[in-house]
Structures are given as C-alpha cells and as structure tokens.
Design a protein around this ligand. Structure first.
Ligand code: RRO
Length: 303
C-alpha cells in the first residue's frame, strides 16, 4: 500500500482531512495506544493563519441527513502560537506532518510558507486556498489566474512538497487544478466543503452564526469522486481524494477514480477509530483481486 506523495514516502494511502482530527486531544484521550496504531500515514494539521483567530459566532455546526454543515471560521493560535505550542507536540506523532496554511493575501501566504517550511519537523505543506484574497476579493482557489499568481509567490520559497487543497465551489475545478499544476504544486487534495446553509425552524432565520457554512460527509461523496476524476485527468499530479469517506469501499472508489491517496474527514467525528478502520478495510479490498480493486490499482499506478 506504500505510496509517494509530495516528497513523502507513505506506508499506506489513508490521511486525515485537515481540521477533522485533533491529534493533540486524541493523544490526551487515548494515550500511547494512539501512537501504537496511528491511523494515518501522514497527519494533516488544522489550517493556521498568520494571526490568531477566534473563529465564527456560534452556532457553528448543523447536522444534515447525510453529513454536516460547519462554519468554524478558521479559529487558530496563529503562526507563532502554532510553532511554539502545537508543532512540538505534532512532531511527536509517528507519521510525517503536513501543516495546512492559509493567508488573506500573497504576503501572508509567503510568510506562512517561509516560517513553516523552514521547520525540520514539517514534511510538507498544504495550501488551503479557500480564503478570499483581501485585495481582489476573490477566493484564491476559485479562479485559475488567482491560483497561478499565488503559486508564483509561494513555489520559489521552498523545495518541500506543496499540496494545494481545492475548493469545490467553482464552475470548473479542473481548470484551477491545471493552474496549480502549472504553478509547481506537488499534489492536489480535494474536495473542501460545499457551500451550504441551514434554516432554524424556530425562527425561519439561518441557523449558523455566520449564516452560511460548508457541507461535508456522505452527502458530498459522489460530487467529490467526480471532481477527483476531473482533476486527475486535467493535472498530472497525485491527488488526495476526500469527501464523505467512511469505509474502505468508499476509499477504493476514490482510488479507482484516480486518487493516489484518500483522506478521512467528517467520519472521524462520528467514530474516532474511523481512520484505522478505513485503512484496514482498504488494505483487505486491495488484496482481494476484485474488479473494483483492479480498477483502483490502475488509480495507484497513475500516482
Ligand atoms: O475553519 C473552517 O470553518 C473551515 C475551513 Br478553514 C475549511 O477549509 N473548510 C471548512 O469546511 N471549514
């Protein structure tokens, strides 16, 4: 199951989705057992920004019939808080560390890449391009020219792997994927959450404090599989596929669609052992020689 991704040699293809598994809290809860059977072949941290952020007004979550809507709003300790407090703890995990970074301008992204990539504990970076550029007002991952301009700024700053996390809230995700590839990305990860809204039945007003949020979970899986397939055919890069993966069978679908790796996200909230289960089920399915698995092996070869 070994796979190469953005300069990392991973023992298997199952990662976590950024922001869906708090490894520091899990270590406190599960103790050394977490390290002994760590579910993910690389750990992706929750996105950080240059300055600390408190996040959005509550409520921040709404459960849907097959998933949930979140509007967490990027709460984090900021770059310096992360480097001082979280990085030493995350560096002790028994898996390479991918740090997810975001900024609201090219200068902010440049600073994040400079500071984070310089740390030897960090194996690769994920660029969360779902934030608006305050200068253009445009979400950086929603437009191929914005994507190209961002890659021009960040690519020359590090030789470490850069994984671009794509948003599905675009007309043509393939054209943004192609721009990321042309700009020197080492891999793509997709999909982030789909824009969504829930209504509070007691008021008729939006439930979430921020009014809108992002939908995740099984509800978005078929959308994610199509987008992974599209990006694999438009950009010659390994793709980390995610969106509603809750079983090895789901993971195999993404690999058959061309993903090199998969990530477990929302399912981690329902079942903290979901990563171990998906990894083990995927391993068994890949070994059993079915047509589904044969299709998936072609996906692995693409990587
Ligand atoms: O923090 C969030 O609200 C959030 C982020 Br940064 C993201 O990339 N995707 C998402 O669904 N929520």
């Amino acid at each position: 199951m070994r796979v190469e991704l953005a300069g990392m040699s991973l023992a298997h293809p199952v990662l976590n989705g950024s922001g869906t598994f708090d490894a520091i809290a899990a270590l406190r809860t599960f103790g050394p057992a977490l390290h002994e059977d760590f579910p993910f072949s690389a750990f992706v941290s929750k996105t950080i920004t240059p300055e600390p952020r408190g996040g959005n007004a509550p409520p921040r979550l709404w459960e849907t019939p097959a998933g949930m809507i979140n509007s967490i709003g990027l709460p984090n300790k900021g770059l310096m808080g992360f480097l001082e407090h979280d990085l030493p703890e995350l560096a002790r995990l028994p898996a390479p560390l991918v740090v997810s970074v975001a900024g609201f301008s090219h200068d902010e992204f440049a600073r994040m890449v400079d500071e984070v990539a310089a740390r030897p504990e960090v194996a690769a970076l994920e660029l969360n391009v779902s934030c608006p550029n305050v200068k253009s007002g445009c979400v950086m991952g929603s437009d191929p020219s914005e994507m190209a301009a961002l890659m021009n700024v960040v690519r020359p700053r590090t030789t470490k792997g850069l994984i671009v996390k794509l948003t599905p809230n675009v007309g043509d995700v393939g054209v943004v994927a192609a721009a990321a590839a042309a700009g020197g990305a080492d891999a793509l990860s997709l999909i982030n959450t789909l824009r969504a809204m829930a209504i509070d039945p007691s008021t008729g007003r939006p439930w979430l404090g921020a009014e809108r949020g992002g939908l995740s979970g099984p509800a978005i899986r078929a959308v994610a599989i199509e987008m992974v397939h599209e990006c694999v055919s438009r950009a010659a890069l390994p793709v980390v596929g995610m969106g509603g993966i809750g079983s090895g069978r789901d993971a195999l679908d993404f690999i058959a669609a061309g993903a090199a790796c998969v990530a477990v996200g929302t399912e981690n909230f329902r079942d903290p052992a979901a990563g171990n289960r998906v990894r083990d089920e995927l391993g068994a399915l890949l070994a059993n020689g079915s047509a589904h698995a044969a299709g998936a092996r072609v996906g692995l070869l693409h990587a």
